[in-house]
Design a protein around this ligand. Structure first.
Ligand code: NQM
Length: 362
C-alpha cells in the first residue's frame, strides 16, 4: 500500500526538487519530515525516492497562501540531508524560491496578470520577504525566454528576485559575533548572515589558491576536516547553537577575482563543494565584500555607489548580485538585494510514499 501525494518537480535556479502545497502534507512536523525523507529517498544514493543523491537535488519547497498581510504566499524550504535520513529547515534556499511563484500560479494560489506578475513571498525559515517577478503572458506562467544563468543549460524566462530584508535571517543580525573579523583555529574568518549564514575565509590562509576545481576540493579531506572543525566552533558564536546536524553555516573560501568579477569563491554547503554558489550564499559573500574590515578587504574588488553590481565568481561561472546600499562608507547597510534566476516545471502529478510511513490521514 502506498500513499499518493500531489506535487510538482521543478528546477528552481540551479537546484531541483519537489514542490508541495502545505495542505497536502501531514501537519505534524516529525511525521512530515519522515514523509519528505521517504519522498526523496533514504540512504546516500536515494535510490528509493526522487532525490538525486546530492544536496542540490534533494530539496523541498512547501507552499501555502500567506498568513501575513504583507505577502501573497508562504514558502518553507526543507533540505533532505542526503544519507542522513533527516530534514533541516534552518536555512532558506534562494534557488528553490525561484520556482515558488510559478508553483503558486500553477496551483491557483495566486492570480497571474497578463505580462509580468509580482508575487510577495514570506520565507518561513527566516521570516524574511522576497518579491518575485515572473513572466505570465496571457495570465499563464511562461517558462520560455532568453535568460541564462550559470549552472543551467539553455535559456528560460527570467525570474527576478528582490530580497527586501534578509540581514540576520537565521543568526539574528548581519554580523552575529558583533565583529567584521574573528579568528577560529588560528584562521581569520568573517561570520555573516545576509540571507544565509556563511563563514567567509581567505583560501590562502588555508594553504589553498581558491581556484581549485570542485572535484579537487571534494577530494581534499584535510581541508574538509579543518573547515568542519572551524564550523562547529563558530556555530554557537553565530547564534546557531550546535550545528553538527545543521547545513549552516556554509563555508566560503575566497580569493581575488580572476575572470572579470569582484571576488572568486569556492563554497562548501557545508560538507560538499557547491558546483556554483547558493543564491543567498552569494548575497552574504557579496555583502561581506563591501564591509570594511572583513576578510575580503584586500581580496575583493569593490565597486562604488549606492547600487552595486557585484559578480561573484564560482567553480562553474559567476553569479550577479545587485546590492542597494545605504548607511555610511564605514558602516554600509544593504537595503535590497536583487538577482536573476530562472525556473522550469518538470513534472506534475503524485509522489508515492509507503503507507507505513504515512497512511494519508492528517
Ligand atoms: O544560498 C545551496 C542552492 C543552495 C542554497 C546551499 C541557496 C541559497 O544552490 O539561497 O540557493 O547553499 O546549500 O540551492
Amino acid at each position: 500500500m502506498q500513499t499518493a501525494i500531489r506535487c510538482m518537480a521543478m528546477r528552481g535556479g540551479s537546484s531541483k526538487g519537489l514542490y508541495f502545497r502545505a495542505e497536502d502534507l501531514p501537519a505534524d512536523t516529525s511525521l512530515r519530515d519522515r514523509v519528505l525523507v521517504a519522498a526523496m529517498g533514504a540512504g546516500a544514493r536515494q535510490i528509493d525516492g526522487a532525490g538525486g543523491a546530492h544536496p542540490l537535488t534533494s530539496k523541498i519547497a512547501i507552499v501555502s497562501p500567506s498568513r501575513s498581510g504583507d505577502a501573497d504566499i508562504d514558502y518553507l524550504f526543507a533540505q533532505v540531508v542526503v544519507g542522513e535520513n533527516r530534514v533541516d529547515t534552518t536555512p532558506n534556499c534562494g534557488n528553490m524560491l525561484a520556482g515558488v511563484g510559478a508553483f503558486a500560479v500553477e496551483n491557483g494560489l495566486v492570480r497571474a496578470r497578463n505580462g509580468v506578475t509580482r508575487i510577495r513571498v514570506r520565507m518561513l525559515n527566516s521570516g524574511n520577504l522576497c518579491e518575485l517577478e515572473i513572466s505570465t503572458p496571457g495570465g499563464a506562467v511562461s517558462y520560455d525566454g532568453d535568460a541564462r544563468i550559470d549552472g543551467v543549460p539553455g535559456t528560460s524566462a527570467p525570474v527576478i528576485c528582490n530580497y527586501l530584508d534578509v540581514a540576520g535571517s537565521a543568526c539574528g543580525s548581519l554580523l552575529p559575533t558583533g565583529n567584521a573579523t574573528d579568528e577560529a583555529d588560528g584562521v581569520a574568518v568573517t561570520c555573516i548572515d545576509n540571507g544565509m549564514p556563511v563563514v567567509v575565509l581567505r583560501a590562502e590562509d588555508l594553504g589553498r589558491t581558491g581556484y581549485e576545481s570542485r572535484e579537487e576540493l571534494d577530494g581534499d579531506d584535510a581541508l574538509k576536516r579543518g573547515l568542519e572543525a572551524i564550523r562547529l566552533k563558530l556555530g554557537p558564536r553565530m547564534n546557531l547553537g550546535d550545528v553538527t546536524d545543521k547545513v549552516v553555516p556554509k563555508m566560503s573560501l575566497i580569493a581575488p577575482p580572476r575572470a572579470g568579477g569582484h571576488v572568486c569563491t569556492r563554497t562548501f554547503i557545508p560538507h560538499d563543494c557547491h558546483a556554483a554558489i547558493g543564491v543567498l550564499g552569494a548575497v552574504s559573500v557579496a555583502t561581506a565584500c563591501i564591509l570594511p574590515g572583513s576578510v575580503a578587504d584586500g581580496i575583493a574588488r569593490v565597486p562604488d555607489g549606492s547600487v552595486r553590481h557585484m559578480s561573484v565568481e564560482h567553480p562553474s561561472g559567476e553569479f550577479s548580485v545587485t546590492l542597494e546600499v545605504g548607511g555610511t562608507r564605514a558602516r554600509p547597510t544593504v537595503l535590497k538585494a536583487g538577482l536573476l534566476r530562472t525556473a522550469r516545471l518538470i513534472m506534475r502529478g503524485n509522489i508515492f510514499v509507503p503507507a507505513d510511513v504515512w497512511d494519508g490521514n492528517a
